[in-house]
Design a protein. Structure first.
Ligand code: AMP
Ligand code: GLY
Length: 419
């Protein structure tokens, strides 16, 4: 099969790496791809959000299957457009991807179907939002309704901080239209776990639990990022908690979306908090997490292409999805200054040496004229190691990453060691 993966980050590199092991796949393409992906797939210079260009290219080049990995093309209806053009695609249609693109939609869905989550109210009027914040007190959480690159959430420790967040989203237009409506919710406590589930709209198959580290600096300090590293399995996610999540959260969510006429096919991302009152939903995403995907897919034993086909065709129940018993750690090497301003075009060395003990997924890289790999984004590489135990996987990822360097390289030294 000729398969196109849409996107160009570490997550897409990991998906392509797993697909490249499938006997079903004959040729891989990626749009737009990156410097490392180019070693596995032919990169096509089309922006991930250009739905019309992507569909025409896939049609003209006779793709047998397209995997839409990032959130924005899913929200824009790329899967709908591909399927309508007769090209089988993996990922939810826009009417199901809304679980990520509208937090208000998700909160209403959870309320209607009694799925445990933080108590909330949604607002379009700033004064009403401010009054609610003052009434509820701090700590309190303020969230922009729409997609805001993972940065539209403020966990406010004081009423003043929450007021400021609501003002900047609703009055100053910090996130444009995405922030004109906000959700204000109760602040929950407890360890966070991500569970990615494959689903065909009816059946579901949870992947091993994972945990990402969103803050830029050690000790979970500093600004939120796309994710500075991930481990899998996440400690603390016991079989008993897994059973409760399946009964109280995963199955009810899949059933609710189907009942609403929005069957979800693809990967549904459950961001969970294990609170003293039991597991609750922090957020849904409509796709694999990045960098959770890199850690989790390195534990997959089954053929990813077969899983994608089963999700698309409604036959996931006939498949036995197998995982190794081991553990994985993905350590992100970022540009100095990320998530703020950073330089690009800097040469990276040591990739080959690191690649002997770990898989180095590329995120923000490009190939220079002489073939040299250069930095081209905030998150540059995801050094991913597997081992029998989590501690050994973490150690191996750090050791392997030690071989790599580029000017101003920044990474956290405590991935997998904080909750
Ligand atoms: P989100 O983009 O909704 O996942 O939020 C980003 C991060 O903010 C989460 O990973 C949590 O660490 C934190 N967060 C979001 N909602 C809450 C909440 N209700 N209580 C406590 N922390 C939260
Ligand atoms: N790592 C979090 C996300 O992909 O949303």
């Amino acid at each position: 099969m000729k398969v196109l993966v849409v996107g160009g980050g570490g997550r897409e590199h990991a998906i392509l790496w797993a697909l490249s092991k499938s006997p079903k796949v004959s040729q891989l393409y990626c749009a737009p791809g990156n410097g490392g992906i180019a070693a596995l797939a032919e990169c096509v210079p089309i922006k991930a959000t250009d739905v019309a260009a992507m569909v025409s290219w896939a049609k003209e080049n006779a793709m047998d299957f397209v995997v839409v990995a990032p959130d924005d093309p899913l929200a824009l209806g790329m899967v709908d457009a591909l399927e309508e053009a007769g090209i089988p695609a993996f990922g939810p249609r826009a009417n199901a991807a809304i679980v990520e693109s509208s937090k208000i939609f998700s909160k209403e869905l959870m309320a209607k179907y009694h799925i445990p989550t933080a108590k909330y109210q949604s607002f379009t009027d700033l004064d009403e939002a401010l009054a609610y914040i003052r009434r509820e007190g701090a700590p309190i959480v303020v969230k922009a309704d729409g997609l805001a690159l993972g940065k539209g959430v403020v966990v406010a420790q004081t009423v003043a901080e929450a007021e400021e967040a609501a003002r900047s989203m609703m009055a100053d237009g910090k996130f444009g239209a995405a922030g004109s409506r906000v959700v204000i919710e109760e602040c929950m406590t407890g360890p966070e776990v991500t569970v990615l589930c494959f689903t065909d709209g009816e059946h579901l198959s949870p992947m091993p639990p994972s945990r990402d580290h969103k803050r830029a600096y050690d000790g979970d300090k500093g600004p939120n990022t796309g994710g500075m590293g991930a481990i899998s399995p996440a400690p603390g996610y016991t079989p008993e908690i897994a059973r409760r999540c399946m009964e109280e959260i995963f199955r009810p969510t899949i059933d609710a979306l189907r009942a609403e006429g929005r069957p979800f096919r693809g990967v549904l991302y459950f961001g969970l908090m294990l609170t003293p009152d039991g597991p609750k939903v922090v957020e849904y995403n409509a796709r694999f997490g990045d960098p959770e995907c890199q850690a989790v897919l390195s534990l997959l034993e089954s053929d990813l292409m077969e899983i994608f086909l089963a999700c698309r065709n409604g036959t996931l129940d006939q498949l036995d999805v197998r995982w190794t018993d081991g553990a994985a750690c993905c350590l992100v090497l970022a540009s100095g200054g990320y998530p703020g301003k950073y330089e690009t075009g800097l040469p990276i060395t040591g990739l080959e040496e690191a690649g002997r003990t770990a898989v180095v997924f590329h995120a923000g890289t490009k190939r220079g004229e002489d073939g040299q790999i250069l930095t081209s984004g905030g998150r540059v590489l995801g050094v991913t190691a597997t081992a029998d135990t989590l501690e050994a996987a973490i150690q191996k990822a750090y050791e392997s990453a030690g071989a790599i360097s580029f000017p101003d390289m920044h990474f956290r030294t405590d991935i997998g060691r904080t909750v």
